[in-house]
Design a protein around this ligand. Structure first.
Ligand SMILES: [Zn+2]
Length: 65
């Protein structure tokens, strides 16, 4: 029996509505329009559409409830 391994995908959580408009600067191309795609714990996950790269930022002081 061949086993299938699922690729490890980190489960991104939904971003609170207050943070969905957050933008961050891409560390690679420095484009400032990278948008939030989710959160991982207390970090916001951004994605640069130009570089197709994910990067993280600590979320601003807000309580996830
Ligand atoms: Zn970029």
């Amino acid at each position: 029996m061949a086993r299938k391994y699922k690729p490890v995908v980190l489960p991104l959580r939904e971003v609170p509505a207050a943070l969905t408009e957050e933008r961050a600067r891409c560390p690679i191309c420095e484009d400032r329009s990278s948008g939030v795609i989710g959160r991982l714990g207390l970090r916001l996950v951004f994605r640069c559409e130009r570089c197709r790269v994910r990067f993280y930022r600590p979320s601003p002081a807000i309580r996830f409830g």
